[in-house]
Design a protein around this ligand. Structure first.
Ligand SMILES: NC(=O)c1ccc[n+]([C@@H]2O[C@H](COP(=O)([O-])OP(=O)(O)OC[C@H]3O[C@@H](n4cnc5c(N)ncnc54)[C@H](OP(=O)(O)O)[C@@H]3O)[C@@H](O)[C@H]2O)c1
Length: 293
């Protein structure tokens, strides 16, 4: 398949590697062009603008947020202008529900398709083609994307025809992940203050509450793997804000998200924006008077 790919950050670079490995021809664009060098060496083709990547007919975006996506979508060099009639824009980033719905409408008026396919999985899963894709869009467009989706993911969940609902599911999922980091962090601090080594508690928690979330994030917190970031704290703050926006729009109280937002803001204020989201632990520790940082 010929695929355009816009956004070569931690996730995008891995996803392009998986697409190339599956034999697809991938035309890539990134704001900071040097980030494409390694992929071009692997066989990707460099585009000069998002327009050129979209001209291919199917274009993925894996950009930081709504604003970054809009910067690549709009204008004379953007995706809306470059995508042919019947072309498909696949938004794989975690976007707001409102913006995702708006994108669907803008593509529709241009006789283009828009599919939301936000993903679960870290950059290593992206590079291995082992993401989990949460998909919303027209069934015919989703069918056309199968060669790309099967190269990227180990599992697909089609939520329905409204793309923005896939983004709602992704935001609710990230709310769970971020809450788990907060909860594990608080529990680690609690046992430590009671004189119990965190490792001992983790052994119990991993057995009793066995789940990939507890295992993965518990270990990340224990080993203080905050850099280089798999998932930047700034992006976690963005996701919790998007979940709170959706909560407000749907009149859904989300008190734990309020707390995590404040902790994440505090982490950003103390210079941790580009560390992994697990660095939230340092905020929790500071509140408890523990200094591991
Ligand atoms: N990391 C994870 O574990 C993970 C997992 C699932 C989903 N996600 C979601 O996937 C998306 C990408 O995440 P990531 O970890 O790959 O992020 P990242 O490493 O921070 O990369 C962000 C990408 O967005 C681009 N960008 C930012 N602002 C821009 C602008 N104004 N105009 C054009 N491009 C801009 C960056 O370009 P430059 O290279 O020029 O800065 C880069 O390509 C996010 O929505 C994130 O929430 C992440």
């Amino acid at each position: 398949m010929d695929i355009g790919f816009v956004g070569l950050g931690n996730m995008g670079r891995g996803m392009v590697q998986a697409l190339l490995r599956a034999g697809h021809r991938v035309v890539v664009w990134n704001r900071t062009p040097e980030r494409a060098d390694e992929l071009v060496a692997l066989g990707a083709v460099r585009a000069a603008t998002p327009f050129e990547a979209a001209e291919v007919g199917v274009v993925f975006t894996m950009l930081a947020d709504d604003a970054a996506t809009e910067a690549a979508v709009a204008g004379p060099h953007g995706i809306l202008a470059g995508l042919p009639h019947d072309g498909i824009h696949v938004a794989a980033s975690t976007l707001s529900v409102r913006y995702s719905a708006e994108l669907a409408e803008r593509h529709r008026t241009r006789h283009q398709h828009y599919v939301a396919a936000p993903v679960f999985g870290r950059p290593d899963a992206a590079a291995q083609g082992a993401l989990r894709l949460v998909i919303g869009g027209a069934p015919a467009a989703i069918e056309r994307l199968q060669p790309a989706f099967s190269a990227l993911g180990q599992q697909q969940f089609v939520i329905g025809e409204r793309p923005e609902q896939a983004h709602a599911v992704k935001l609710a999922g990230n709310f769970l992940i971020l809450s788990m980091v907060e909860l594990l962090g608080e529990a680690f601090v609690l046992v430590e203050k009671a004189g119990v080594p965190r490792e001992r508690f983790f052994e119990v928690a991993a057995a009793v509450f066995s789940s990939p979330l507890v295992e993965r994030y518990g270990r990340t917190l224990l080993e203080r793997r905050f850099a280089p970031p798999g998932f930047r704290l700034a992006l976690g703050l963005k996701d919790i804000r998007l979940a709170l926006d959706l909560a407000e729009a749907t009149a859904t109280p989300l008190p734990i998200a309020d707390l995590i937002r404040q902790h994440a803001l505090e982490a950003v204020a103390t210079g941790k924006a580009d560390r992994d989201f697990a660095a939230l632990l340092e905020v929790i520790e500071a509140h408890a008077g523990i200094g591991h940082a």
